[in-house]
Design a protein around this ligand. Structure first.
Ligand code: NAD
Ligand code: IPM
Ligand code: MN
Length: 350
């Protein structure tokens, strides 16, 4: 029996509801694969502001640093708004502290959902992409200034930062369909011109076997809707990746389906979280789609713990539950969060 220490950061809104779902399926997988998970929950985000006046209290950060992996629900909500101390600062602080520069967001359409996706089935059939989002640079982390009437956010990228995320994207493409689309705004932004130059140089030096194309973010936002099947790995900077991944979630059927892994380079703990937020409009109702959280738990097994057999079993269980027509309201179904979680758990077998 292998023991793993998992730090849970349920957070705010639907965060605790979907974190409970992830914990439940991890326990079921653990039973089937002889893995012992020791979970510990910590204040993070809005609830940590309420209880400790700090969205990322020191004890929470050290529990993350000492864990084998971190599972995060979601943070934020109207209660905390966009004031001086914000839940989202905790999330950015955590990503920076753990050096989580690579954010993997797979987008894959389950065949059973093509008819329920907001876009026409013939457009979305075959969608299978991986968004490789840079997570610790760009506008999110540049210097911010504010006077009464003027504000600025500095966007900075170094060759080092671009190279390491591009390397992750090319390596991922080799395990997939061998194609990378790098998305930037090189016709306007200096950071994007350095981005394009650096990605091209790395491609020539180390990854000439991978197909590389560059696209401007505005037209890419359009083509992701009109020809989503033409993308394999998408490589992009922090803010573009944030926006495009919510857009791409629609291709899969619902934002409630997508999971993510945020990884560093030094073998430290990764953070695994659904890409959706705290969904204040449905929080507390028990109807949030838990699949994004459960898919994040599968990524935790795969990338965080290298328990590939258990990860495969969990992914297969998600697939089978969707195949059987199990769905929450966001996908036109009627299941509660708990019923959907039970449906996935029922399909977990060694
Ligand atoms: P959101 O992702 O929370 O919600 C957008 C829409 O998607 C809502 O209508 C919501 O009901 C729906 N939705 C989201 N998750 C769902 C699920 N699992 N099942 C069914 N429907 C779901 O985005 P928002 O409303 O713009 O943001 C709310 C708060 O969440 C903000 O404070 C934002 O900063 C925060 N946020 C946090 C994270 C995170 O913690 N990683 C990510 C995104 C947004
Ligand atoms: C996400 C979220 C975060 C981001 C916010 C809550 C800071 O939208 O994880 O996608 O912008 O990265
Ligand atoms: Mn986002």
């Amino acid at each position: 029996m292998t023991t793993y220490h998992i730090t849970l950061l349920p957070g705010d809104g639907v965060g605790p509801e979907v974190t409970a779902a992830a914990q439940q399926v991890l326990e079921t997988v653990g039973g089937a694969f002889n893995l012992d998970f020791q979970f510990s929950s910590h204040d993070f985000g809005g609830i940590a502001i309420d209880r400790q006046a700090d969205p990322l209290p020191p004890a929470t950060l050290s529990a993350c640093k000492n864990a084998d992996a971190v599972f995060l629900g979601a943070v934020g909500g109207p209660k905390w708004g966009t004031g001086k101390v914000r839940p989202e600062q905790g999330l950015l602080g955590l990503r920076k502290s753990l050096n989580l520069f690579a954010n993997l967001r797979p987008v894959k359409l389950h065949p059973a959902l093509a008819a329920h996706a907001p876009l026409r089935a013939d457009l979305v059939t075959g969608v299978d992409m991986l968004i490789m989002r840079e997570l610790t640079g760009g506008l999110y982390f540049g210097e911010k200034t504010r006077t009464e009437d003027t504000a600025s956010d500095l966007c900075t990228y170094s060759r080092f930062e671009i190279t390491r995320i591009a390397r992750a994207a090319f390596a991922a493409a080799r395990q997939r369909r061998g194609s990378v689309t790098s998305i930037d705004k090189a016709n306007v932004l200096e950071t994007s011109r350095l981005w394009r130059e650096t990605v091209t140089a790395l491609h020539e030096a180390e990854f000439a076997d991978v197909d590389l194309r560059h696209e401007l973010v505005d037209s890419a936002a359009m083509k992701l809707i009109t020809a989503p099947g033409s993308y394999d790995v998408i490589l992009t900077e922090n803010l573009f990746g944030d926006i495009l991944s919510d857009e791409c979630s629609v291709l899969s059927g619902s934002i409630g389906l997508l999971g993510s892994a945020s990884l560093g380079e030094d073998g430290g703990p990764g953070v695994f979280e659904p890409i959706h937020g705290s969904a204040p409009d449905i929080a507390g109702k028990g109807i949030a789609n838990p699949v994004g959280a459960i898919a994040s738990a599968a990524m935790l097994l795969r990338y965080g713990l290298k328990e590939n057999a258990a990860a495969n079993a969990l992914d297969a269980a998600i697939y089978k539950a969707l195949d059987a027509g199990k769905a929450t309201q966001d996908l036109g179904g009627a299941l509660s969060t708990q019923e959907m979680t039970d449906a996935v758990a029922w399909h977990i077998h060694k």
